[in-house]
Write a protein that binds this ligand. Structure first.
Ligand code: PLP
Length: 427
């Protein structure tokens, strides 16, 4: 017999048909790799006296760390408060509440410097609560350390020291830093440690604009001035970071379910997309969580079509689009719209590079000449609905927003404009 928390770690390594060995972190009792960091951070805080009996655990997270901490809090008798962005899927909020955690919601699109940004707010709640302790997964050394102590040795033992390559995604960086450092040391530097990074994440050299894969990568709000990478990410351990287009991550994620019987999340797809292309004698990939949390996302045919991660009947209509940042004077917007010859002008979040087309979620309005009367262009009261290039004409017509023009979405990004007439004529 053992206690629940004794079940954290010790996950199996299974060999896939491709020959890659996959470490199944979703088999932790809370459902993800973050059980390890959550438990380790709490035990560390207990032994340092930072967290005392009857205390309150506080963390700002949209994901698995919150669940891991809520599980530990329930099992060890603490109160738990979790600060989350208001766009967090309702299933995740409900799961936290099911563990008895209190949920505090804050607007999603805040720069790091804002006092109500998830991290700043969590730190403040901890400071202002009697017996409060902020877990701080991004700055807490217990996060990478637990992977050095457990995940690394488990992989070393399971491969009898034969591992040649480790592939993992980078969120806080705790997993890759701790596991990678152990494997490098154990192998006298022989093991290659490879980070797999979502499309536009800044770890792999992207501009930090939104990407579709949750929990991995590094997003940068355009108003964020100073955005150092977290202390929990030790770059010296990582030999290479490979950027993976979201479409490739999602395809890999879905194929792990269909071809290997592993129902995993999007970041597992990112990691596997890289691992399956690495040549090495013994390649190990870390799969962080289960696909159960993403049935309405990566594993949903509808979602994949609407986000344009597959090509369908609308793919032929995609073409480059000119857009303007929010705040552009109306006179300038009219000039741009006129010169473009487009039927409408997308208004997008200001401050992004033009290295990538605007992310669909950063398209704030779609305006025509009739809308451009005075002042500056602003966000629409309700963000415009995009049509995915993977949709059928019939579905797109059904979902066509008010007005004559809609924007197209391919790979989660703005990819063209389409009129109702284009679709009705079957163009
Ligand atoms: C699903 C998923 N993938 C990847 C990661 C990244 O792991 P780490 O924070 O250890 O870098 C996390 C972390 O929360 C995660 O929840």
């Amino acid at each position: 017999m053992s206690g629940l928390l004794d079940l954290v770690g010790g996950t199996p390594l299974v060999t896939l048909r491709s020959g890659v060995h996959a470490k199944l972190e979703y088999l932790n009792p809370g459902g993800s790799v973050k059980d390890r960091a959550a438990l380790a951070m709490v035990l560390d805080a207990e032994s340092s006296g930072a967290l005392c009996p009857g205390g309150t655990i506080v963390e700002g997270t949209s994901g698995n760390t919150g669940l891991g901490l809520a599980q530990v809090a329930a099992a060890r008798g603490y109160r738990m408060v979790c600060v989350l962005p208001d766009k967090t899927a309702v299933e995740k909020l409900d799961a936290l509440r099911a563990y008895g955690a209190e949920v505090v919601l804050t607007p999603s699109a805040l720069p790091k410097e804002h006092p109500n940004h998830v991290v700043a707010w969590a730190a403040r709640i901890a400071r202002e609560t009697d017996g409060g302790w902020w877990a701080d997964q991004y700055g807490n050394p217990a996060n990478p350390a637990v992977h050095f102590r457990t995940t690394g040795p488990e992989i070393w033992e399971a491969t009898s020291g034969r591992i040649t390559h480790l592939v993992a995604t980078i969120g806080t960086g705790g997993t890759i830093s701790g596991t990678g450092r152990f494997l490098k040391e154990a192998s006298d530097g022989r093991v290659q440690v490879i980070g797999a990074d979502p499309a536009t994440s800044s770890y792999g050299g992207g501009d930090g604009s939104p990407f579709a894969i949750e929990a991995a990568g590094h997003y940068v709000h355009p108003k964020t001035v100073d955005d150092p990478w977290p202390d929990s990410y030790h770059r010296d351990v990582v030999d290479a970071v490979v950027s993976v287009p979201d479409r490739a991550s999602i395809t890999a994620c879905r194929s792990l379910a269909r071809d290997e019987g592993l129902l995993v999340g999007g970041s597992s797809g990112t990691a596997y997309a890289v691992a399956s292309s690495v040549t090495g004698d013994c390649v190990v990939v870390l799969l962080p969580d289960s696909g159960r949390a993403y049935l309405t996302k990566y594993h949903s045919d509808t979602w994949v079509r609407r986000q344009g991660f597959v090509d369908g009947e609308l793919a032929g209509l995609a073409s480059p689009v000119v857009s303007v940042p929010v705040g552009t004077p109306v006179a300038e917007a009219r000039r741009v719209l006129e010169e473009s010859g487009q039927p409408a002008l997308p208004v997008v979040l200001a401050g992004r590079s033009d290295r990538f087309p605007p992310a669909a979620g950063e398209v704030l309005a779609l305006v025509t000449f009739a809308d451009l009367t005075a002042g500056t262009v602003g966000p629409a009261a309700v963000p415009p609905v995009g049509l995915g290039v993977g949709e059928s004409v019939a579905d797109a017509l059904d979902r066509f927003p008010d007005g004559e023009v809609a924007h197209l979405v391919r790979d989660g990004r703005l990819a063209g404009l389409v009129t109702r007439a284009d679709l009705s004529s079957g163009r």
